[in-house]
Design a binder for this molecule. Structure first.
Ligand SMILES: NC(=O)c1ccc[n+]([C@@H]2O[C@H](COP(=O)([O-])OP(=O)(O)OC[C@H]3O[C@@H](n4cnc5c(N)ncnc54)[C@H](OP(=O)(O)O)[C@@H]3O)[C@@H](O)[C@H]2O)c1
Length: 418
């Protein structure tokens, strides 16, 4: 049956009852490739919530890099993970705001009608790690809407009850849907793993991107000075507005980027460019950074290890430019630097971070809000690095600005061109 995209913002049932089917953007294994081709709208059965699960009517969804990877089927296909083998489809989307529509057996903290945002970490209640170590350490740990299906690019999404957080009342649906995955990741990276403190100096790669806009605000809020790396003056202005003491346009230091097949001579030249970059960072911060905030990977990692201060920390959660990293390890051991891996956040960290949004101490940064029909296009733009800050998708919300029930500073609008 063809799906009528003009009807996506309405549903035929009252809260408490699910319709039989819904519109969803679906990736299937046989069409993995460019996001524009991989994502297609289909009519899909609405899932029933199991024990300790909740079905949420999605009012808005957030776009993240993870579903660029899901579309491409790279570096691995998502179809081998989570509940994909059971259902055979991938409904992506790891950020959402919405309304609790039906609760499963055992759910007591949330009721039908509650307005929520959703964090994207899932783990089994039966894993002991969940109850004493960290849910992120559980063997069952999965990112909802990436390693699982039933994500937020659909009229309804199925999640674990522990994923729900109160929707900040002063935010519109699209603002509330835009920040969770990248902000909560940046929060754990800096506040927990890197132990960010007032007075620290921080270098942030991709500072105008999804993670970077929150890393920059967290530094400002904590009293740490940060410099953001960007690829245009417009993005530079945005990161200064968010609280960075300065920015570096990476195109001025294009030679520092590691490709991986350099000859010894080329490697010498590359290192020269890295040194010049490192000098500029020091000029802007007054000293070498205590922390380098990494997610670019292969291209920048050697420069990150070189640039961070002795005893400093390179904290990394991703590898947009490639995940096979190589670097001169002498700069690591001689200067006793640390490399720390980080991945999303646990429910407690998400709750604490969400409170900072409720208090407007950290604000979403929204560059664009698109209609449901633009899910594939939004991911294609992200794949081509033509976006800025965060992009939200309207699903149940008919237009921007709906859903605010209290006064307060909304999202920062990143209106400058990417
Ligand atoms: N493990 C986790 O929990 C987790 C969570 C969130 C994201 N991630 C990963 O982290 C990465 C970034 O995510 P995001 O949401 O921040 O993406 P994003 O919005 O695309 O921002 C990343 C920024 O990195 C910069 N960049 C891209 N390619 C680069 C290159 N070759 N050299 C230097 N800078 C480059 C770009 O900024 P400029 O062009 O302005 O420099 C871009 O704005 C992705 O790979 C994502 O999958 C992991």
């Amino acid at each position: 049956m063809a799906v009528d995209l003009t009807q996506v913002s309405s549903v035929d049932t009252e809260p408490g009852e699910l319709p039989p089917t819904m519109a969803a953007w679906v990736i299937r294994q046989e069409r993995e490739g460019e996001p524009m081709d991989a994502f297609q709208v289909e009519e899909i059965e609405v899932p029933e919530p199991g024990a300790f699960e909740v079905v949420v009517r999605v009012m808005a969804a957030g776009v993240n890099f993870n579903n660029v990877w899901a579309a491409l089927g790279k570096p691995v296909s998502v179809f081998g993970y989570g509940d994909h083998p059971e259902y055979g489809h991938h409904i992506g989307g790891s950020d959402a705001s919405g309304v609790v529509w039906k609760v499963g057996e055992g759910v007591t903290r949330w009721k039908v009608g509650d307005e929520v945002v959703i964090h994207c970490n899932q783990a089994s209640y039966e894993d002991p790690e969940v109850h004493g170590l960290d849910p992120m350490a559980a063997p069952s740990q999965r990112i909802w809407g990436y390693e699982t299906t039933w994500g937020s690019f659909a009229q309804f999404t199925k999640v674990q009850a522990q994923q729900l957080l109160p929707k900040p009342k002063h935010l519109a649906w699209e603002e509330a849907a835009s920040y969770g995955l990248t902000y909560f990741t940046a929060y754990r990276m800096l506040m927990k793993q890197a132990e960010l403190q007032a007075g620290h100096k921080v270098l942030i790669w991709g500072a105008a991107g999804g993670l970077g806009v929150f890393a920059t605000q967290l530094c400002k809020m904590t009293g740490a000075d940060c410099v953001g790396v960007v690829s245009s003056a417009d993005k530079g202005k945005l990161v200064e507005q968010l609280g960075a003491v300065g920015y570096i346009d990476r195109s001025e230091f294009a030679g520092m980027m590691r490709k991986g097949d350099e000859t010894p001579e080329q490697e010498k030249e590359r290192f020269k460019a890295s040194r010049a970059f490192s000098k500029r960072v020091k000029e802007l911060l007054g000293e070498q950074p205590d922390i380098v905030f990494e997610h670019v990977g292969k291209a920048t990692f050697p420069t990150s290890v070189y640039t961070v201060k002795p005893f400093g920390k390179v904290i990394i959660c991703g590898a947009t430019s490639g995940y096979q990293l190589d670097f001169d390890v002498r700069y690591l051991w001689m200067r006793q630097k640390q490399i720390i891996g980080s991945h999303f956040a646990n429910a407690w960290e998400c709750l604490k971070a969400n409170q900072l949004i409720e208090e407007s101490k950290i604000r979403p940064v929204l560059s664009d809000t698109m209609p449901f029909e633009d899910v594939a296009r939004a991911h294609q733009l992200m794949h081509e690095n033509k976006h800025l800050g965060k992009v939200a998708i309207l699903v149940g919300a008919e237009s921007e600005g709906q859903g605010r029930t209290a006064e307060g500073a909304g999202a920062i609008r990143a209106e400058v061109g990417a």
